[in-house]
Design a binder for this molecule. Structure first.
Ligand SMILES: [Ca+2]
Length: 398
């Protein structure tokens, strides 16, 4: 899902449309491999008083951290030989973010509200290097392309054929997800195709570094990214994974379906029941995407969007170029001069406008809106819709 900069739901980025440049991803010995050491759990609050003085009150719960095992690089204790830092630099916090008061506040919050150990957080953030490419991508103009330029990025022969191949390879998983969650299969395939080219490009940005960078060096959306960073640390603790090992998009989206941390926590499914929610594994990622759509209102078999013709002048005031929850009926649209060019069964609909030299109009249903919950852009949702239709036609011939 990646990225429209101005959504509170999804911060996915059109930057994903651009080839990802490798950066970072080397903390804690992490590599690009999706194989995770699922054995780590960060300690919770137990820092000695000497390290607590510059933070809000410490939560009293003390939990003994589980031993680190396996082949994970051992967590090193905070370096105690570092000279005292200036007033805004808490003991034990070093590196690019050592002098950030907002980082100190964030660490205090994670300790106070969630019981994370301060020394653990200081050590974690001391190793974070600023992700300059994430800053560049996040600062780029969003939604810059008109539909005519946007569509060909996704509607390619490679992506259509790749969708058929993905469908064939994962037919049993897709069928099971469609039955269980009631989401039309071709849209599960298309989302994964749009997001990561069926898993070929899940992103090379170290997620901890990217979220830290955007949370503390990107003022316009600092609040959003700090919340995602908070969710990310909670996620890593819940999944018993070192936070350094995740890689994803510059905006913190992860796995085949590119879930940001809050969505990962809310919607990810352990499809293969191995105790891990691994969104780099199709067995987990496919039901997770289906669950995401189901939870956001998908209604199987009600259609998504159909082209429309418009006449008169009444339609102009109801045409929507940004996503809004459908609130009209087909009769309402007809009264405004809108005529769908094919059947759509959705109880509530919207008139969608794809802006360009010549505007293009569609009637979008509740499922179209559900796609925009993944990425709040009508162009994105239309690309997913059209790719899904092309994949289905290529696979079945109709
Ligand atoms: Ca699993």
């Amino acid at each position: 899902m990646k990225v429209m900069h101005d959504s509170v739901q999804w911060n996915k980025s059109l930057g994903k449309l651009v080839s990802v440049v490798l950066i970072g991803g080397v903390l804690g010995g992490c590599a690009a491999s999706p194989q995770w050491p699922w054995v780590f759990a960060p300690p919770v609050a137990n820092a000695p008083p000497s390290q607590q003085q510059s933070y809000p009150p410490i939560r009293q719960t003390v939990v003994t951290p589980p031993p680190v095992s396996g082949n994970i690089p051992a967590q090193q204790p905070p370096v105690s030989t570092t000279p005292r830092q200036p007033v805004n630099s808490p003991a034990g916090l070093r590196g690019d973010y050592a002098n950030y008061p907002a980082m100190r506040q964030f660490i205090g919050k994670m300790n106070n509200q969630h019981g994370f150990d301060i020394a653990f957080l200081e050590q974690t953030f001391s190793g974070v290097q600023r992700d300059k490419e994430a800053l560049t991508k996040a600062g780029a103009p969003t939604e810059g392309q008109v539909w005519r330029a946007y569509r060909p990025i996704f509607l390619t022969e490679e992506r259509i054929n790749g969708g058929v191949d993905f469908w064939n390879r994962h037919a049993a998983l897709l069928d099971a997800a469609t039955r269980q969650y009631g989401v039309d299969t071709e849209y599960l395939v298309a989302i994964i195709g749009v997001e990561t080219q069926y898993g070929k490009n899940t992103g090379k940005h170290n997620t901890l570094q990217a979220l830290t960078t955007l949370g503390f060096d990107f003022p316009r959306r600092a609040s959003f990214y700090q919340k995602e960073l908070e969710q990310f640390l909670l996620l890593s603790r819940e999944e018993k994974v070192r936070p350094q090992i995740f890689n994803g998009s510059y905006a913190g989206a992860m796995g085949l379906g590119q879930f940001i941390s809050s969505s990962y926590r809310s919607y990810a499914i352990d499809g293969n029941r191995d105790g891990k929610r691994d969104l780099w594994n199709a067995q987990d990622a496919i039901p997770s995407v289906a669950n995401y759509f189901a939870k956001n209102g998908w209604k199987r078999g009600t259609g998504v969007a159909v082209p429309a013709s418009v006449s008169g002048s009444g339609y102009a005031s109801i045409a929507e170029a940004t996503p809004k929850k459908p609130s009209r009926t087909l009769a309402d649209l007809a009264a405004k001069g809108v005529r769908p060019q094919a059947a759509i069964n959705s109880a509530k609909v919207s008139l969608i406008k794809l802006e360009g030299t010549t505007d293009e109009y569609w009637v979008g249903g509740e499922n179209f809106y559900a796609i925009t919950r993944y990425n709040p852009s009508v162009k994105y949702a239309m690309a997913v819709h059209q790719l899904a239709q092309e994949i289905r036609k290529r696979k079945f011939g109709f």
